[in-house]
Design a protein around this ligand. Structure first.
Ligand SMILES: [Zn+2]
Length: 619
């Protein structure tokens, strides 16, 4: 090792240099040790290496034994579970979603038994047969089926939502490695009936719209599961214990909707929409005594069994299509506000009578307009109604009469009754997306605003809000909550819960309520609502024609609300025709629809016609 010795010499020289400067040092003493290492024989080194290796192996073995002990003792449960997971396969058992029923127990949202077909790679014994049978019965491309059947996964889905007849055939074939699992698919037997109310459930059976989403927690139920034991290759072991957690079906929702009344209303709406080339038509029919809604129509409706297909126009791109879908699904009765126009005079008249600022015999005069501050506000009869009583003013739907009545109420009085009759609150209906009333802030209301509010202009509310307030006016003065949900039943028909809603009596006095019933009946028998009349019944009604904004656009909403029998109403309805072509007056085009609806609904609801109501001419 000459190089090493040379190096050592250099060190030695350095040390000696240092020794000459200072006395003896530690480096000097260790000189012998350095020399020793460099001079050791190869035999000694080998022994040393062997010894070190032995020590290392001992340490390693000890640590491995420790680890093994730890895994065996402390983590035994954890790995036991892990092992089980490997050998157990969990499959979900879908819970049956609760059905939605109409008031007579007719199913309006139900479930269709369907199946999911899948394959287990390791269990397939005849792959060619599996591919040919499944592609033929499931009407699928053989290449696609083959790709899935050849995929080395523990379970591969071939097709979901397979009709029962098809899956039964597949099951009968008893092919190794082919699994048929029961599933449910939401099904709406009446397709587009009350589509925007019922709503629909998505592919995972979760509610997306309408009652389906509002009552999701009751309808959904709880999925169960099956745990099957398999061998290391993933094949289910025959006779091995199977852990099964049963699914719990969702509750059935019993509603107040009436399939027959909804059908009548939808047909009537479609007829008038077509005749008037209208943009849409809305109809609401409810029981004004308790808030149960019989029918809620928004035509055009959409097919609940195919909710993602646009029912008329298509958008240019994905974003536009989504926007059009949202529009198509929108419940205009609940989610859209409009200017109510003259139908709102029901409220103003009630508030004025309640406040005692007007009597039925009070007289007014209409020259065809009223000047309020710097504004000249016209009556719809531009030549004027002349001298008229308050009741005649309601019958004529005379704006100057209501401007005067509103002024007598004053801003404070107006807002007191807007609050009391619920106009400024949401109704609390049990479908999502209710829009709030858009009203002036009280501090901004001056004479002109007060005047226009009095006859239903310069603010907006939903048809539902209006009808709910009118219910209180004609039902003896009780504020009700409009609703669909009546009760929840379990799969064995047991009533799990009766749904209750907020009610408040005395929001209108019974005297005023009775008076309003009579006044509104006279609107039909003697006034502007004559086309709402039904032979054999006393009908109360109020018509309205609202000009859409901007005013210059000449677009209107024609509407009429009506109820019967006038002295003890069992049904209250409203019709709104959005942007009709040609004649657009509510009393001309919407009132006849009310007449048609009540004519169908009253006998259906068991109300006998009065024999003396319309005297027949004797032959
Ligand atoms: Zn007038």
């Amino acid at each position: 090792m000459p190089a090493r010795i040379t190096a050592w010499r250099k060190v030695k020289q350095k040390i000696q240099k240092k020794m000459n400067n200072s006395g003896p040092c530690k480096i000097c003493i260790s000189k012998k040790y350095f020399v020793g290492i460099f001079m050791q024989s190869s035999g000694t080194m080998q022994r040393k290496r062997l010894f070190l290796g032995y020590i290392a192996i001992c340490l390693l073995s000890l640590s491995l034994m420790g680890r093994l002990g730890y895994l065996m003792l402390a983590k035994a449960d954890y790995f036991g579970e892990k092992a089980k997971e490997v050998r157990q396969r969990e499959r979900a058992i879908k819970a049956e979603r609760g059905r939605i029923l109409d008031r007579n127990g007719t199913v309006i949202a139900g479930n269709k038994p369907v199946s999911t077909i899948s394959v287990i790679y390791n269990q397939i014994t005849d792959r060619e047969k599996v591919v040919s049978v499944l592609s033929r019965l499931l009407d699928m491309d053989p290449a696609e089926v083959r790709k899935k059947a050849e995929k080395k996964s523990s379970r591969e889905k071939i097709k979901t939502n397979v009709e029962k007849e098809v899956s039964d055939k597949i099951r009968e074939m008893d092919l190794d490695g082919v699994m048929v699992d029961e599933d449910y698919k939401r099904y709406y037997p009446y397709h587009d009936l009350a589509s925007k109310v019922i709503g629909f459930a998505g592919g995972d059976n979760q509610g997306i719209l309408g009652l389906e989403v509002k009552y999701e927690k009751y309808l959904a139920g709880q999925d169960g599961s099956i745990l099957t034991t398999t061998n290391a290759r993933g094949i289910e072991i025959d006779g091995a214990s199977e852990e099964r957690i049963e699914p719990v079906a969702g509750y059935d929702l019993c509603t107040s909707l009436d399939v027959n009344l909804q059908k009548y209303a939808q047909q009537a709406a479609e007829k008038v929409m077509k005749a008037k080339k209208a943009k849409n038509v809305r109809i609401l029919m409810m029981n004004p005594q308790n808030g149960e809604i019989y029918a809620m129509v928004n035509v055009p409706e959409f097919n609940l069994n195919d909710p993602y297909t646009l029912n008329h126009k298509k958008g240019k791109n994905e974003k536009e299509n989504q926007e059009l879908l949202n529009q198509m699904w929108r419940n205009h009765c609940v989610s859209d506000t409009y200017e109510p126009g003259s139908t709102f005079k029901v409220f103003t008249a009630t508030a004025a009578l309640e406040a005692g600022v007007v009597k039925t015999s009070d007289t007014f005069s209409c020259p065809g307009f009223r000047v309020v501050e710097d504004r000249r506000i016209r009556c719809h009869k531009t030549t004027g109604h002349g001298s008229e009583t308050f009741v005649q003013g309601v019958q004529n739907s005379c704006n100057p009469v209501f401007i005067d009545v509103g002024a007598r109420l004053g801003v404070d009085g107006m807002y007191q009754y807007l609050n009391k009759l619920g106009i400024l609150s949401k109704t609390g209906i049990d479908v999502p997306g209710e829009a709030a009333t858009i009203m002036h802030q009280k501090k901004n209301v001056k004479a002109v605003e007060l005047a226009t509010m009095s006859f239903g202009q310069s603010f907006q509310l939903t048809p539902l809000r209006l009808l709910t307030t009118v219910s209180s006016v004609i039902n003896g003065g009780k504020m009700i909550t409009p609703h669909f949900g009546v009760k929840l039943k379990s799969a064995d028909e047991t009533v799990v819960r009766n749904l209750t809603y907020k009610e408040e009596t005395g929001v209108v006095s019974s005297e005023t309520s009775e008076l309003m019933q009579k006044i509104l009946a006279s609107v039909v028998s003697e006034g502007s609502g004559s086309k709402a009349a039904v032979s054999g019944y006393d009908v109360g009604a109020k018509t309205g024609t609202s000009e859409k904004l901007p005013r210059s656009s000449n677009r209107y909403i024609a509407s009429t609300l009506g109820f019967a029998p006038a002295d003890d109403p069992v049904i209250l309805a409203i019709v709104l025709i959005d942007e009709p072509e040609g004649i657009y007056y509510g009393g001309q085009i919407a009132a006849p629809v009310i007449s048609e609806l009540l004519d169908d609904a009253l006998p259906y609801l068991g109300v006998e016609p009065k024999p003396d109501a319309t005297p027949e001419s004797t032959p």
